[in-house]
Design a protein around this ligand. Structure first.
Ligand code: NAP
Length: 289
């Protein structure tokens, strides 16, 4: 029960109504027996700064930050962790000793998700579809995790090119290549790739018939990781299974991202399994409506 001593972690973004974060985090916080809860607020772009300083003044422990505030969050922080600093994007602001510490826990979520599935990134050739917020983050993370190279495909080719150039500037020894999102180029590059990651919104509910990579480009030696988590099995994952590839959906990444955020804000590691079960239950419930 919420009482006068309850502390809060807040989620801010716009839109916010679809977010799984409050449901998943509250399950974990309750199970830990902590008088801490997660609460979501829709905050418009122009009111972000006031919201952050207001939250700090209210004694809120930390802010999970989502679209469209991740870049502004990195700018407002006094200190950044390495991924937030490399990407210029933070999804968690932790109020600590009068300072605002910015973190990017998406990379951790993706790394842990691959590890959980038994996939070792070291020395692997990786292809990432998407050069938006998640694509940028995963590109840096995979290279820092020891990938041999990363191929970035994006609908807007210039964004893939800009990302590749930025990565090379910040990580001079990294092998990173930009590509156009076309069937010929996909088929050619993917024939020599170990891990394919979809970091676009293509295939996400309600556009479940869409896929970012045509089936003819897939093969059984690929690990296909789709960070979309609604639906649980996207068309990309279904077609990857049909050709015999190993598949990973976006649920573990989402849950690990929240595990890390709770750990940073309250100093105790919550149960991944419990949060995952609650997440799956909520996703199934929403699929029925
Ligand atoms: P974003 O910054 O808006 O980027 C969207 C990306 O999708 C861009 O690369 C965009 O290409 C591409 N895209 C959109 N529509 C497309 C289409 N019809 N055809 C081809 N490419 C298209 O979004 P984001 O924050 O990176 O998120 C991307 C997805 O990842 C979302 O579905 C989000 O829910 C999911 N996600 C999941 C997790 C998790 O924990 N599992 C975490 C973060 C994000 P252009 O540059 O050409 O527009």
């Amino acid at each position: 029960m919420i009482n006068a001593s309850t502390k809060f972690i807040a989620l801010i973004g716009d839109p916010i109504e679809h977010s799984m974060t409050p449901v998943i985090q509250n399950e974990a916080l309750e199970a830990l027996g902590l008088n801490v809860r997660n609460i979501a607020f829709r905050v418009r772009r122009e009111e972000f700064k006031e919201a952050v300083y207001g939250a700090k003044a209210l004694g809120i422990l930390g802010l999970m930050v989502t679209i469209p505030h991740k870049e502004t969050a990195a700018k407002i922080a006094d200190e950044l962790d390495w991924l937030a600093s490399l990407t210029g994007s933070a999804n968690l602001l932790h109020f600590c000793n009068d300072k605002i510490k910015g973190y990017n826990t998406d990379g951790y979520g993706a790394s842990q998700s691959l590890k959980n599935a038994g996939v070792d990134v070291v020395g692997k050739k990786v292809a990432i579809i998407g050069a938006g917020g998640a694509g940028r983050c995963l590109c840096f993370q995979m290279l820092l995790d020891g990938a041999d190279c990363v191929h970035v495909f994006n609908r807007t080719y210039e964004k893939a090119l800009q990302l590749a150039e930025e990565v090379k500037r910040k990580l001079p020894h990294a092998n990173v290549y930009a590509h156009r999102l076309g069937v010929e180029e996909l088929r050619d590059v993917l024939s020599n790739v170990d891990i394919l990651i979809n970091a676009t919104s293509v295939g996400m509910h309600p556009n479940e018939d869409d896929t970012p990579v045509p089936k003819v480009c897939l093969h059984r030696h690929l690990v296909v990781f789709d960070i979309v988590y609604n639906p649980l099995e996207t068309r990309l994952l279904r077609e990857a299974s049909e050709v015999g590839a190993m598949t990973i959906n976006g649920v573990d990444m989402l849950v690990y991202t929240n595990v890390k955020a709770v750990e940073i804000c309250v100093g105790v590691q919550p149960s991944f399994e419990l949060m995952k079960q609650r997440c799956l239950q909520e996703l199934r419930k929403r699929a029925l409506h």
